[in-house]
Structure formats: structure tokens, C-alpha cells
Design a protein around this ligand. Structure first.
Ligand code: SF4
Ligand code: SF4
Length: 64
């Protein structure tokens, strides 16, 4: 399982990128995305997804 960014709601603030323990969050052409092969939902690192807690736009959700 992984998290994903709802791009339409992302303000490109950059806050999430630096809290990810697995470096799953990348920005390219001003669009942030989460690599589902790298995102571990912070399991083993933190009690909850750190990017979700950090995102001021509340636009990081569970990937379907
Ligand atoms: S849930 Fe954790 S591992 Fe996944 S992208 Fe967010 S900060 Fe990174
Ligand atoms: S913290 Fe949220 S609003 Fe900021 S870049 Fe990440 S997904 Fe976008």
C-alpha cells in the first residue's frame, strides 16, 4: 500500500518531500508525486504517514 498526492489540490509547497523516510516523494516540472514502490506508508519509521501530517493542503490520500 502507498499514499498518493491529489495533484489538483497540491499547492507545490514542498513540505512533504523532506519528511519522507524512504525518499518516495519527488518533484518534476513543479508536480509532486509519490513513488508507490518506495512509499511504505511510514510503517517501521513512524506511527502515521508523515507526509499526510505535514501537508497543509490535505491532499495526500491512500492510493486506491
Ligand atoms: S506515507 Fe511515509 S513513506 Fe509514504 S510517501 Fe508519505 S512520508 Fe513517504
Ligand atoms: S505538502 Fe501537500 S501541498 Fe505541499 S507539496 Fe506536498 S502534497 Fe503538495
Amino acid at each position: 500500500m502507498a499514499m498518493k498526492i491529489v495533484v489538483a489540490e497540491c499547492t507545490v509547497c514542498g513540505s512533504c518531500e523532506f519528511v519522507c523516510p524512504t525518499k518516495a516523494i519527488k518533484v518534476k516540472d513543479d508536480i509532486y508525486s509519490i513513488d508507490p514502490t518506495k512509499c511504505k506508508e511510514c510503517v517501521g519509521f513512524f506511527d502515521s504517514p508523515q507526509c499526510v501530517a505535514e501537508c497543509p493542503a490535505d491532499c495526500i490520500v491512500q492510493a486506491a
